[in-house]
Design a protein around this ligand. Sequence first.
Ligand code: SAM
Length: 310
Amino acid sequence: MGRSSKDKRDVYYRRAKEEGWRARSAYKLLQINDDFNIFEGVTRVVDLCAAPGSWSQVLAQKLRGESGQKSEAKIVAVDLQAMAPIPGVIQIQGDITKKSTAHAIIGHFEGEQADLVVCDGAPDVTGLHDIDEYIQAQLLLAALNITTHVLKKSGTFVAKIFRGKDVTLLYAQLKIFFSLVTVFKPRSSRNSSIEAFVVCQGYSPPEGYVPNMSNPLLDQQYDVNFNNLEGPNRVIVPFLACGDLSGFDSDMTYPLELEAGKNTYSYLEPTQSPINPPYKEACELRKSDMLSKPLGSHVVKAKLIGSQHN
Ligand code: SAM
């Protein structure tokens, strides 16, 4: 009962085992192809985040035939994890966010370009949705960076995407590089999951765009000096200093205005103080003289209060 319960629950899991696919994900790529015909005319392809290898199996079968020898189609698969060999598939064990991995992929293409790049990358899920979505978005952008190095003009890029709350920013970024971007949810992708796939067709980077692996969010050691970027690699947004230039300058000190007929200044309380500020406890300690002053460079130390800290 225990061992077969997943078979009962998940028809794609069961069918994958029956049909010899290493993972149920194989059906996602097959279903993407059913609708978008992404394998047509493809002889060079990169499979990013490929382990355990069901997408590479699909690619090998569709492009090189059952024997893996029907054609000389080049398939390069990359993953952090080692994966069992697949006939006709070149494997690279590496991190797709690293420049060295991009170079290793490019090395296998010997100056030629890919017709198709696919990426089923998924981080180890933390269960904290915002973080999972953020890391997934970074993986997708890393995959896009690699793609800009190897994909031929008019080529296709397919990648897993989490349809989280900020996903429209990713769509906009992809639209800069592809004439047609479609979001596709294969039937084999669980309805309960925010996972979907972007099918980006018609690769056409902006005129003058120079591929690079820079992603400041991933790599604090920027490999490009952003101020030296030129042309479409550099985006300059207009700066507008707004307001009345003769109005108050918030960096200046002005004399306090005295009330008419008085020579003292009347202080007004703030309109509404915060009702539960994070510094509330420190204020209360200070009122009862329980907060000691900083000594030299030492941080403020609260005197230990009552039995709680004894
Ligand atoms: N498409 C695969 C298949 O059909 O067998 C399944 C891919 S699995 C859902 C996601 C993969 O992404 C994992 O094998 C994981 O190691 C890989 N991955 C996650 N982050 C990666 C990274 N930075 N570089 C390379 N691979 C990564």
